[in-house]
Structure formats: structure tokens, C-alpha cells
Design a protein around this ligand. Structure first.
Ligand code: ADP
Ligand code: ZN
Length: 621
């Protein structure tokens, strides 16, 4: 396969990866990298970060170095790239000296477009001398939050990256990627990596296809079994807080007839590898694991992630839960919470041994931050408000207070007529001459006796104390009214609430206003899931099964996980498009040129055979 210099990023995407469009943000980062600009891409798990550096790597002269923290991640990525006809290699401790020597020699000869390396490797003499002599077009840092002590996953070896970059004869473009979006970490990454006026792209963190739920069951195991009832043959992960819990849950599941496997740091390397493969290759349906499992696992058809224990922070939770539904299909994320989880996590912060600290002072500071993150995680488990809203706010977004696709929204919210409340709020804002901020408006509505209120004489207004709603409810209502254009919040340093363009419709036009509002507090023990059943796309289940079987055969022949051959979404698209010619096949989402050449014939003939046996019609149900 030769690359033509004239290919555009979009053509490259189609040719190698078989996709027709870029996802939001990808094109911009790619264009900027190609223009020689540093970039920092902050995108949630599953958003498609890899393509943002893989495509420019392909298009630029020379090769890129991708720094990545985990061996399994590198291996899968290199596997996938090779499958798509892109020359790539990894260099890490899973190779012996000879293999490393050979790989570096090939790299010197220009055999690869991408080289994945662990951060510890960068300053090693052999690697460094290779990097200095080769034309390195780009340095990519994956999981870039690992460089920040503010992050949840600090790795000292990441601190070597700037020194490595500085020692290259010509500074390459630097691109950094992470799924962690807190402001502090973001700034830290840009600082520490010395990014040069980078383009920072933060794509929305919402994963709309994920359903979130928290349960507080008396008996976690039976809650798990209830949850698994309608998940036959679907892949999923059950994360447990400790090794002992992994063992226990895995054993129970097995004796209840589930095809479960296990993964934690106490197992031998060989067993870990085997179990992980069983899961990746769809031989085991459920993986019970500690958080040691999964960082490198981009298995696309994980359709549920259960947390048997509460994790230590929202970052970890969202990352782990985010391993569900990477193929875009709807998937479930359930957290089973108990008060004991808080104690366990507190203990781990104080006594855990997996962290290194420079000195006592840093230790105290970092532990404080960990406690804070734990409190925020605990809050997620106990809130009655929209779970998605909570997480997205945590990552700095401004979501609506009702998502309609989480455990809280489905049980704790009710549609309420708030016309009268709206009239009260609007006239209050008007009587306050549209000159005050949100808190003052709320205080006046609730009849607060705060000093400012009395000083400004706001207690004399006819709307003073007119509302009996709680502060939280008023805040929700006002925010919704802003979103709906009944109110307006100015964009100043001290924002002021004013009447919006639609205010008169309610004040004079007789318009009614309805809104989903959180029911007032009543803590549920273990709410029955009220989730809508997932609707299967109208594709032939039998054809899908046939193609899945073929994929498994090919994967076994090649010794790679099935999703490396094609993700489920590509098989689904084949079922819908039922391609007949090679050209049709290339139109299937996820089929690039090399995969057409490699697998086109076999899949096309499997589809043709299926159609013939099933009435040779293109519209199958
Ligand atoms: P991340 O690293 O952000 O977690 P990945 O790079 O692993 O995500 O991408 C997740 C999935 O989305 C992969 O299966 C990938 O092939 C797919 N993907 C990425 N970009 C696109 C695109 N433009 N169109 C369709 N699928 C895409
Ligand atoms: Zn919600």
C-alpha cells in the first residue's frame, strides 16, 4: 500500500479506517497538527482520540512516537493498525533485548509510521539515539493526565517526557490526549509538556448511549443477579474494590451458571493474560476484576459495566464505566453503593501503597485532594438529582438538570406545572429592575433576611417571600427558564438575571410552563430499574450471528481479538446494507481498503450465501 501525498485527511480516514466522516473535533485537531501546531485533545473514552494522531502520523513524513502508559494498550493498538495496513510497532518491557534491537533497527530504516513506547523507555540510550537520528514528525502523549500530580493517575515516569522532547535535534509537533478534563489537570498538562500555544479541544463529555444508575441494595449480589437477568450473552465487566471481592463474586457467578472470568494483580501473569483474552475473544461473558483491568482494553462491544463497590473518584468511575458502549450501542452502567465503600476508600487513601510522594508536605496535599475527590464520588452515589448532570458538571460542563436516561431521572423526577412559579419569578426579576444576580433573586423570592436584602430595601417588594419552593428547586427552575429563553443571564463577571425574550408570553400571553423537577427528598433503598428496554436495530439477528461466527474464525486464525477484525457496529452495518459487490462492501462503515482486500471475499460470500438460503431478498427483518 503506498500513500499518495495528495490524499486529504478525510480520504485517509476512508482508505485506512473505512469511516465516512470525522467525529466532532477530530478534523480540527488533525488539521492543526498537520499545520505544525501543538494540540491538546480532551475527549471522553470512546470518542475517537486515536484517529486524531494516527491520521496525521500517516500523512506526515517520518514517523511518530506515541507515549502510552500500558503494555496491553500498545499491543492492541498496534494490532489494529497492522490490520488496517498501517505499519506500526511497540517497544516496551514485553519484548526482549534482541526484539527491541530489531524493532529499533527497522524503525531507523523507516519501516514504521507509528512507534508506541512506554515513558520509561524514552531516555534509555538505545531508544534516545534512535530518536535523535530518525526524523520524528510528532510526539504524541496518550493518557496525558498521568503527567499531572493533580490528576487521579500520576506516573512519575511521565515527567521524563519534556526532557526527551528537548533532547531531540528538531522539536516535533506535540499532541497530547486525555479523557480527564478538570481545569487543573488540563493546565498542568500544557505547562509540563511545554506545549507551544496549543489548540485545546474539549469535546462534550456526555456519552448519550450510556444509562447510569446507582443502587443502594441490602444485598449486592442479588442486586447484581437481578440486573444480569436480561443480559444473556452480552459482554460486561463487574468491577470490585478488592481482590477478595473479585474472587468471591466470580465464584458465585460461576456457581450460578454464568460464564465469568477474573482479573486482579494477585494472579500470575499467565493467568491474567489468559483471562483477559477469554474476555476479549468473547469466550468469557463477564469479567470480574479490580481496577487493574481495562486501561488498555478497548473491546468495543462491552454492553454493561457494574461497580460492585464505589470507586475512589469520579474520574476513575467515568473512565471505567465508559468502557461500556464504545461501539455506540446503548449500554448500562450500574453502581452498587454501600456506606462501607466510603470507609474502604478512606483507608486506602491513608494506607494504600501504590503511590509515591516526593516529601511529607506533598503527601499531605495530595491526600487531601484524594479525600476531596472521594467526597465528590460519594455525593454521586447519594444524590437524588440527575446522575449525568452531576458527572458532566464535575467535568466543567453546563448540562441540563434532566437527562431522561439515568436512574434518577427515571424515578426521582416528575413533570410539574410551574406556570405560577414562573410568573412569580419573572415578576420578581422585573420588580428588582433586572439588576441582581441569581442568589439575590432566590433570596428575595424566599424572603431571606440577609443584610444586603434589607440594605437595598428589597424586603419591601411585593414579591418578597412569595415562593415556598426550596432553594435547590428555585435554582433548577431558574436555570431551566434561562435555557428556555424566559430569563436571561448576562455574560459579565457578575452575571445579572434579566427577563428573556419569551418572558411576556407567560406574564401576559397566558402561556403555561411545564418542567421535569426532582421530587423532594425521599431516599430509595433499591429502586427497581425502570429503564426502557433497549430496542434492537432492525437487522437480521441470524445474519449477525453468521458474520460474528466468521469474524471469530478469522480472529482465531490470526491470533487477535475479534473486535480488531471488525467492531460490532461494522457487522451491524453489513446486516443493514447486505453488500453484494466489493464496492458495496467498501461502503460499510469501518471497512477500509486493506480490510476489503483481506476479508471482503469471505464476508461477501457469507452474506450472499445467507441471502440465498433466506429468500434472496435485500429487505430482511
Ligand atoms: P478513545 O481513545 O477516545 O477512547 P478510540 O480511539 O479507541 O477512542 O475510538 C473508539 C472507537 O470509535 C473505535 O472503535 C474507533 O474505530 C471508532 N471511531 C473513531 N473515529 C471514528 C469515526 N470518525 N467514525 C466512526 N468510528 C470512529
Ligand atoms: Zn438523568
Amino acid at each position: 500500500m503506498t500513500m499518495s501525498a495528495a490524499m486529504t485527511p478525510l480520504e485517509t480516514l476512508k482508505q485506512y479506517f473505512g469511516y465516512d466522516n470525522f467525529r466532532s473535533g477530530q478534523q480540527m485537531l488533525i488539521d492543526d497538527i498537520l499545520a505544525g501546531k501543538d494540540v491538546l485533545g480532551i475527549m471522553p473514552t470512546g470518542a475517537g482520540k486515536s484517529i486524531c494522531f494516527q491520521i496525521p502520523s500517516l500523512m506526515m513524513d517520518g514517523c511518530s512516537i506515541v507515549v502510552s502508559p500500558l503494555i496491553s494498550l500498545m499491543k492492541d493498538q498496534v494490532n489494529s493498525l497492522t490490520q488496517s495496513g498501517i505499519p506500526a510497532a511497540f517497544i516496551n518491557s514485553s519484548l526482549n533485548e534482541r526484539q527491541i534491537y530489531k524493532a529499533l533497527q527497522n524503525a531507523r530504516d523507516g519501516a514504521y509510521k507509528l512507534i508506541y513506547a512506554a515513558p520509561e523507555r524514552l531516555l534509555e540510550p538505545n531508544f534516545l539515539s534512535f530518536a535523535k537520528s530518525a526524523g520524528i514528525s510528532m510526539l504524541t502523549i496518550d493518557e496525558a493526565h498521568c503527567i499531572s500530580q493533580w490528576g487521579q493517575d500520576f506516573r512519575p515516569s511521565y515527567a521524563q517526557i519534556p526532557e526527551f522532547a528537548a533532547s531531540l535535534p528538531r522539536r516535533p509537533v506535540i499532541s497530547a490526549f486525555t479523557a480527564t478534563a478538570t481545569r487543573l489537570v488540563r493546565d498542568d498538562i500544557a505547562d509540563l509538556l511545554k506545549l507551544n500555544d496549543p489548540t485545546v479541544l474539549v469535546t462534550g463529555f456526555d456519552r448519550q448511549n450510556l444509562y447510569f444508575e446507582v443502587q443502594k441494595p441490602k444485598d449486592k449480589y442479588s442486586a447484581l443477579i437481578t440486573f444480569l437477568k436480561d443480559k444473556k450473552e452480552r459482554s460486561g465487566i463487574v468491577y470490585c474494590g478488592t481482590r477478595a471481592a473479585v474472587e468471591e463474586v466470580c465464584e458465585k457467578l460461576k456457581s450460578d451458571g454464568y460464564n465469568a472470568s477474573r482479573y486482579h494483580a494477585g494472579l500470575s501473569d499467565i493467568e491474567r493474560r489468559e483471562n483477559q483474552d477469554d474476555f476479549l475473544y468473547d469466550r468469557a461473558q463477564i469479567m470480574t476484576a479490580t481496577n487493574a483491568f481495562g486501561m488498555g482494553i478497548d473491546k468495543s462491544n462491552v454492553s454493561f459495566v457494574v461497580h460492585y463497590n464505589m470507586p475512589k473518584d469520579i474520574e476513575s468511575y467515568y473512565q471505567e464505566a465508559g468502557r461500556a458502549g464504545r461501539d455506540g450501542e446503548s449500554a448500562d452502567c450500574l453502581l452498587l453503593y454501600s456506606g462501607q465503600d466510603v470507609h474502604t476508600n478512606r483507608w486506602l487513601i491513608e494506607n494504600g501503597r501504590d503511590k509515591e510522594y516526593q516529601d511529607k508536605e506533598t503527601e499531605i496535599l495530595l491526600k487531601e485532594r484524594e479525600h476531596k475527590r472521594l467526597r465528590e464520588m460519594t455525593f454521586y452515589c447519594t444524590t437524588n438529582n440527575c446522575l449525568r448532570e452531576y458527572v458532566l458538571k464535575y467535568f466543567g460542563e453546563k448540562p441540563s438538570n434532566f437527562c431522561g436516561n439515568c436512574g434518577s431521572c427515571n424515578t426521582n423526577f416528575e413533570t410539574t406545572d410551574i406556570t405560577v412559579d414562573t410568573q412569580k419569578i419573572l415578576s420578581c426579576v422585573s420588580r428588582m429592575n433586572e439588576r441582581y444576580g441569581l442568589n439575590m433573586v432566590i433570596d428575595v423570592l424566599r424572603g431571606s433576611k440577609g443584610g444586603k436584602i434589607l440594605r437595598f430595601g428589597l424586603d419591601k417588594l411585593s414579591t418578597y417571600g412569595i415562593s415556598e419552593k426550596s432553594e435547590r428547586q428555585l435554582r433548577d427552575i431558574i436555570n431551566q427558564l434561562i435555557l428556555a429563553g424566559y430569563l436571561l443571564k448576562t455574560d459579565d463577571e457578575y452575571p445579572v438575571i434579566k427577563l428573556g425574550e419569551h418572558a411576556n408570553r407567560v406574564l401576559r400571553g397566558g402561556e403555561t410552563v411545564q418542567m421535569k423537577l426532582a421530587k423532594e427528598k425521599e431516599v430509595k433503598e433499591s429502586p427497581k430499574s425502570t429503564k426502557k428496554q433497549t430496542v434492537m436495530k432492525p437487522v437480521s439477528r441470524e445474519l449477525f450471528a453468521v458474520l460474528r461466527e466468521l469474524r471469530l474464525t478469522i480472529a482465531n486464525e490470526q491470533g487477535v481479538p475479534a473486535f480488531v477484525i471488525f467492531p460490532d457496529s461494522t457487522l451491524t452495518d453489513m446486516c443493514m446494507k447486505t453488500p453484494v459487490t466489493e464496492e458495496d462492501f467498501l461502503n460499510v462503515s469501518g471497512v477500509g481498503i486493506v480490510k476489503l482486500e483481506r476479508y471482503g471475499k469471505r464476508f461477501l460470500s457469507a452474506i450472499a450465501e445467507f441471502l440465498q438460503n433466506n429468500g434472496d431478498t435485500k429487505t430482511i427483518k
